[in-house]
Ligand binder design. Sequence first.
Ligand code: ITT
Length: 218
Amino acid sequence: MTTLVLATTNAGKLREIRDVLAGLAIEVRALADFPAIAEPEETGRTFEENARAKALYYAGATGALVVAEDSGLEIDALDRAPGVYSARFGGDRAPTYPEKFALVYRMLDERGAPESTARFACALALSRPGEILFEARGTIEGRITSPPRGSGGFGYDPIFFYPPFGCTLAEVPAERKTSVSHRGQAFRRLGEYLEAQGSRLTAQDSRLRVENVRRATL
Ligand code: ITT
């Protein structure tokens, strides 16, 4: 059976990804199953760049087949900030989510757009050591709402109002969020790819293994 490592340090992401991949015939493992690996620095300017870099880094560190994702909230009235900086938004001045929400509200008030349209985006990359095998992206459109509402989900979900549901993503059960979310879309695509590959997918490139055997027998 194919073994896939979910390379994220974010418990909210991990829960959602496990749920989407649950029905597949693959063994899913978390970073916690490996000896501690230092977190890579995220230096990319796009979700795609960061997802690729994280996937390649963790594939190299574990020697396994790895999927990583980079995601975030783009608020239109803030020129798509915080974007790739969503986890770090506000730095030391706003370490908790209630503080990040207050900062978003203050910045939107200054721009006269308290209910700005916004979206979550997720880029995922599947990698084995040295090689990207598959990429996918998902987005979900909504708007910022005040005050924060709901206790489900994680991160910015309590301030993200999703019009088709008439509430925030923190006010719906996890499966309902995943049925429409950026992450749900991207990982369902990954699931289709993995199913199509079946047991052919391994952490090593079979061509490399053949070369190694040839070299060994020379
Ligand atoms: P890893 O890099 O280890 O996966 P991280 O949390 O640092 O964990 P990112 O750099 O991709 O991951 O930052 C994503 C941030 O975007 C996340 O911490 C939230 O603040 C926000 N975010 C992404 N998806 C979200 C969602 O579904 N609901 C709420 N907030 C979300």
